[in-house]
Design a binder for this molecule. Sequence first.
Ligand code: OGA
Ligand code: MN
Length: 280
Amino acid sequence: MAISVRRLAPTFAAEIEGIDLNHLSPPDLRTVKDAWLAHKVLVFHDQNLDEDGLVNFAQQLGEIEIHLRQSRTTGRREVMLVSNKTEDGKPIGRLGNQELNWHMDQIFMAEPTAGTILYAVEVTPEGGHTWFCDLGAAYDTLPADLRDQVDGHQAVHSASTADRRVGIQLSEAQRQRAPEVIHPLVRTHPLSGEKALYFSLNHTARIDGRSEEDSLPVFEQLREHATRQQHVYEHHWRVGDLVLWDNATTMHRRDPFPNHHARLMRRVGFNFPVDRRVPF
Ligand code: OGA
Ligand code: MN
């Protein structure tokens, strides 16, 4: 089957058809990698991946990262379950059914995860849509007053900030693995060279050298600009969808959904080649 790539939003995100991620030929892999760099968010439909298949796909894109919050004891350790389902009264996965505010994944690490893969096993008929925004386009179109507040400035990030803002708890051991880190507020993508805004409403504590109180209104202005309709793609899930996104140039959020509907996603993160992770 011929491969087709279709743009989903004005500046980014694309749907790829004609690729079976269980059987990627070397040219298919090249197509996926090139398209990922070009479009930042890729959507594949009708995939049929078990945990081994998902890990195998992710490994071809980069070294797999085990999430700081991973605590799973069954199945492949590389795969995190994102779900509101329970077994014997205990959650089988993470993130429940609540809204997730705009963020990127693991920005609070010294060498943050490059890409995240989310694969839909069970979807909800209502809510649970995942939204992405293009932080490269947002940076390019930033008004001058906001540009002055980010160019040449850095921000402080930590997992504990998310604990405070979102109400999720890290264990003491996890906290020790994730001290505060500082990254530039404008990040240059290590492979494409594109400049993009780099902050997360969940994890970015403050602009370096300014108080949190002073910084939050700036983040809110950046968020408002970055999530205008022309910078956003909203994904409505079908079973078998796999979405692969770039955490260096996009942010994402999730709509809440009613807890009586079961949602189950498998998630894997991977990083850039070792010599491309930092500095940025
Ligand atoms: C994540 C995430 C969104 C979703 O797993 O990092 O943001 O739609 N998930 O569940
Ligand atoms: Mn996320």
